[in-house]
Design a protein around this ligand. Structure first.
Ligand code: PRP
Ligand code: URA
Length: 209
């Protein structure tokens, strides 16, 4: 069974409250999603491996630590996952970015794929799938399966807001994928929106409806 990390750092919780507020407009919403994503990136990369290297400071030679191990890949689920990419890239500028386009069919609630462009070496990378919302888990599960079918071996999922239903669905389908989330909300409503949630993440990010 995978591990779920609920990242309740005070800065994350404060900014998330502003993001949830229905009076927060798209410009501020985008800025806040980027800021929270940067904070999440800090937490999500806590277990990256380090190696000892020798460098020379202006004072003397010394042994110090730098990142080693697998390279990173960031994979936003379009559209709303796009809002998280810049925050991640601010901290992980060498990461490559792949895109998976999925939308949730409003009738069936099943994810429908419409775009995919991935780095060629995803099998050699630690992949961070990002999407602000984990509702039924259908979109996250489809994206993760998509990556596995193309050779991905190491995947973690990062979301702003989820609910018990979505977390259980991802854990059941992908027990090897750890989930990093800023808030686990109460439940899904009859339209499979997260309660209390933040509404439709894509619409709020891009000002559509
Ligand atoms: C939203 C959200 C997730 C998905 C979550 O995307 O960004 O991808 O719904 O729901 P699920 O867990 O039930 O699959 P949406 O389908 O609204 O597309 P958009 O990002 O283009 O707005
Ligand atoms: N997608 C969203 O954008 N919000 C939800 O609450 C559920 C799915």
């Amino acid at each position: 069974m995978s591990t779920v990390f609920e990242m309740n750092h005070p800065l994350i919780q404060h900014k998330l409250s502003l993001i949830r507020d229905k009076n927060t407009g798209s410009k501020e919403f985008r800025e806040l999603v980027k800021e929270v994503s940067m904070l999440l990136a800090y937490e999500v990369t806590r277990d990256l491996s380090l190696e000892e290297v020798e460098i020379e400071t202006p004072i003397c030679k010394t042994k110090t630590k730098m990142l080693s191990g697998r390279k990173l890949g960031i994979v936003p689920i379009l559209r709303a996952g796009l809002g998280m990419v810049d925050g991640f890239l601010n901290l992980l500028p060498a990461a490559k970015v792949g895109h998976i386009g999925l939308y949730r069919d409003p009738e069936t609630l099943e994810p429908v794929e419409y775009y995919c462009k991935l780095p060629t070496d995803i099998n050699e990378r630690d992949l961070i799938v990002c999407d602000p919302m984990l509702a039924t888990g259908g979109s996250a599960n489809a994206a993760i399966q998509f990556l596995k079918d193309r050779g991905a071996e190491s995947i973690r999922l990062v979301c702003l807001i989820g609910c018990p239903e979505g977390i259980a669905a991802v854990q059941a389908a992908h027990p090897d994928v750890n989930i990093y989330i800023a808030s686990i909300d109460e439940k899904l409503n009859d339209h499979a929106y997260i309660v209390p949630g933040l509404g439709d993440a894509g619409d709020r990010l891009f000002g559509t409806k």
